[in-house]
Design a protein around this ligand. Structure first.
Ligand code: EPS
Length: 408
């Protein structure tokens, strides 16, 4: 999924904290810790979360790789410390929760006490991903790439946001007013009612989040390796998020039911910077590469597996039918998942961008990116047209690149 960056989190849900190591970042980025903290706070939010989120005050602690406020090129190590560090007092878990990692993890590590499994499988780990993703966004911003994650469905309530031509900063402000990281104010009350009803029934809810990225240059990713394709990498990144069971790029699901003539985005006369399309049903990725349009990906999250009204399970120590284990849990965490999704997409896009540009410093990355954007504009952008009556400039045709008629 990541080819130039390596990102690893470590830590248990109720251990000392979550630590993230990131290698491969260029030197020279001024790190904005407040912006990382702001994204960590967003991840903790959302109506329907458990009391754990009132306990935790997630803030980033930069342990290594940042000198004088800037990345040095060395591995960056970030920590988010836990307030609840009760791991050593936690009881063993012998009654696995259907849908959680408990049972499969117990089989993997040959243990009928599934406590170590659930501690690591817990979505608390995503605090570490968000810290890394926030840093990735800080590198993407000076490269002209910005991201927006938001919730488009909660349970069976669909949001119908109209994003229009609004900038992501304005949309971010709108999202901040929502208890569900949602851009459709009309969906707010039905979503709240759905969570209240699920909670009353001891049940949980899933949903769908969407991540958009603007300013992604065309040509990131690859057409010639199955592991290097941008869509494969985006898909893997979102599917790696706890409870995400499906991913869609562009109009993925709907497109499978339509004809090609209705699905593909016609190529229009180019703009000054490069190709233009009639639409973006491809979600900014064609043939495994970014096509210069907005990247649009969606993650489908199943309802949380920890139910207050537990499902049937088995006690693997006592050897009898028992209800699944319950401690405390969120009713839903789709708003949080939209933040985690944004972080994961940021990491993949930064990785693909660095793969394209190379560069050990932010300056070198930016220079290479400018060169790439210029090359795209030169070859695929609108050609300058001389005013009528002006002298015709003969352009030399490049065999195999320009069409014989020379039209652009
Ligand atoms: C989780 C169980 C809950 C969630 C947790 C994910 O934690 P706890 O057992 O402490 O109540 O709140 O998510 C987080 C702690 C978090 O920060 O996202 C699980 O089992 O996956």
């Amino acid at each position: 999924m990541l080819r130039r960056l390596a990102v690893q989190t470590a830590g248990e849900s109720h251990g000392r904290g979550i630590v993230t190591t990131i290698t491969g970042l260029p030197a020279g980025l001024a790190v904005d810790r407040a912006a990382i903290d702001a994204m960590l706070v967003r991840r903790q939010g959302g109506f329907g979360r458990s009391a754990r989120q009132q306990l935790e005050r997630d803030r980033v602690d930069v342990l290594a790789g940042v000198v004088g406020g800037r990345t040095s090129g060395a591995p960056v190590v970030l920590a988010v410390w836990n307030a609840d560090r009760s791991l050593d007092e936690k009881p063993p878990v012998h009654r696995p929760r259907p849908g959680h990692a408990d049972l499969a993890g117990g089989c993997k590590y040959d243990t009928s006490d599934m406590r170590p499994v659930l501690e690591r499988a817990s979505a608390r780990e995503t605090a570490g991903r968000v810290a890394a993703g926030a840093l990735a966004q800080q590198l993407l911003a000076p490269c002209g790439v910005e991201l927006l994650g938001h919730v488009i469905a909660l349970g069976d309530v669909d949001a119908r946001p109209s994003l229009g031509r609004k900038g992501f900063a304005a949309l971010g402000k709108l999202r901040a007013r929502s208890s569900f990281a949602c851009l459709d104010a009309k969906a707010e009350e039905p979503m709240r009612a759905a969570v209240v009803a699920a909670r009353a029934a001891g049940d949980t809810l899933g949903g769908v989040f969407e991540v958009r990225a603007r300013g992604v240059p065309p040509g990131l990713g690859s057409l010639d390796g199955f592991g290097t394709r941008l869509d494969a990498r985006l898909g893997a990144a979102l599917l790696s998020i706890q409870a995400v069971k499906a991913v869609e790029i562009g109009d993925g699901w709907a497109a499978a039911r339509e004809r090609g003539s209705a699905v593909h985005d016609a190529v229009l006369a180019p703009g000054p910077d490069g190709p233009r399309r009639a639409g973006n049903r491809a979600g900014g990725v064609e043939g495994g590469m970014s096509d210069g349009e907005e990247v649009v990906v969606r993650g489908f999250m199943k309802p949380i597996a920890t139910l207050r009204a537990p499902l049937a399970s088995w006690d693997f120590t006592a050897g009898r039918r028992e209800d699944a284990f319950f401690e405390r849990s969120d009713v839903t965490a789709v708003p949080a998942a939209s933040v985690v999704g944004e972080a994961m997409v940021a990491l993949v896009l930064l990785d693909a961008l660095l793969e394209k540009t190379g560069g050990d410093t932010l300056e070198a990355v930016q220079a290479a990116l400018r060169g790439h954007r210029r090359a795209v504009a030169r070859r695929f952008g609108a050609r300058e047209r001389r005013p009528a009556g002006g002298a015709q400039v003969r352009k030399r045709r490049r065999p195999g690149v320009d069409s014989p008629s020379g039209d652009g």
